[in-house]
Design a protein around this ligand. Sequence first.
Ligand SMILES: Cc1ncc(COP(=O)(O)O)c(C=O)c1O
Length: 438
Amino acid sequence: MRTLIKDHRVSPATVERAFAQLVGEGLIEPRPGQGTFVRQTMASATDVSNFAWQSVALGAARADSGFLGSLLAVPPPESLILSMGYLPPDLQASGLLANALRQAAGRPELWDRLPIEGLEPLRAWFAREVGNGAVFSPHDVIICGGGQAAISTTFRALVPPGRPVLVETPTYTGAISAACAAGLELVPVAMDEQGVRPELLADAFRQTGARVFYSQPTFSNPSGIVLSAERRAVVLNIAAEARAFIIEDDWARDLDLTGTAPAPLAAGDRHGHVVYIRSLAKSAAPGLRVAAVMARGAALARLKSARGSDDFFVSGPLQAAALAVVSAPGWKRHLNAARAALIERRDALVGALHAELGNRVTFQVPSGGMHLWLRLPDHVSDVALAADMVRHGVIVSAGCAWFPADPDGSFLRLTFAAPPASLREGVRRLGQVISLGI
Ligand SMILES: Cc1ncc(COP(=O)(O)O)c(C=O)c1O
C-alpha cells in the first residue's frame, strides 16, 4: 500500500478503495497476517481455456436485463449497502431459525421423500394467512423454494413461451428476469400513487390478448405503492372480464409498518383469478428459502406439475423449520421488533435525505416494505450515479433495473433496512456526489 500511495500520489483511502474493489471482483485475496495476493485461480497466459465453441452451441441468448446478478452480487467489504432487499443480519430471525433447524434436522422422517406440494401443516399455515374464511384450503397451496422460485414456476406453468405477460412499471427486477428466462413478452402498465392504472390495464389486456398480470398490490417493490381500496375491486373485475390470472406477489405482507395494508386481492377472489405468492425469506432471513404459491382449479394442477419437474420438493427439514419458526411464540415478537426497527430506520433515511439533498430529490414515504424510491433530477443519470457511488463505497440500485421498458425518469432504489449510521453516512456521500454535479 505504501508503494502504491507513493507511486500514484494518491491517498491511503483511495488505495483502500481500489483494494476493496479488486477483492470484490475476485482478482486479489487478502490473507490475514500475510498480506494481499493475486488470486491463484487466474489462468496463466499459456494455459488459457477456450470456451468460444459454447456460444455457438447455446444459440441465441434470451433477452435478460442482467440486473438480477448485480442485485445478488456480494459487495466489496466495508461498503455501505443501501441496495439490499432483505433484512440485514441484526434484524433477521437467526435465533429462532437456529433452534428450529437443529430440531428439524434430528427428525429422520423429514429427510425422506416428501410430496411435491410440501408438508401439510405448513401449507395450512400459509392458507390461513390469507384470511377471509380461508379462500384457499391447504390443498390449494404448494411450497416453493422462495418467492423467486414461485414466480419463475408460475410464469412457466401459466404462460406459454412467446406470449405476453402484463406487469406494473416499475416492477420487481427478479420478475422481469424470470419472465425473460421463460421467453415471455413483457408489457408494462403504468401506475400512479394509487397503484396500477385501471384504464391502462384494461387496454393492455384488450390490445395484447394477455391472460396473466403479475402484480404487487401491496408495498410494490421498488415504488412502495399500495393499490388503493377502491381500485382493488376494479382490478379484479378487469382480470375477470379478460378471463385472465393475476399473479399477486404479496412479498411484504409481514412488513406492514402502520398496520394499514389492505387485505390481499386473493381474499376477494371467488373464481380462481388470483394466483397468490407469499414468501418467508423477507421477514425471517434470506436463507430461509421457503415460500408458497396458492391457486385453484386447473392452474393448481399446472403449477404442481411444473413444481415437480423443477426440483421435486423443498427440503423437508427446511419446511419443518419454517413451520416451527412461524408457530413459535417468538415469531410475533420478532416481527414486531423488525417492524419497529424498520420504522426508525425509514425515518432516519428520510431525515438524512431532507438534510443532505433538500428538494433536489423527491420521494413518497413508504408505509411498508423496506425500500424508498428516490426520484433524481432529470439531468442526473441513475446508472452513472450508482457507478460513482460504488467508487464512494456506497451500493445503491439504479432505477432503470426496475423498469421492463421506457423508464419514466431517473430513480434510485434505497433500502431503509440498513443500520441508521450506514443510512446517514450513505446519504451524506450521495449528497456530496450529486453536488459535484454528476
Ligand atoms: C417483490 C419481490 N418478490 C419476490 C422476491 C423473491 O424473494 P425470495 O425468493 O427471497 O422469497 C423479492 C426479493 O427481492 C421481491 O422483492
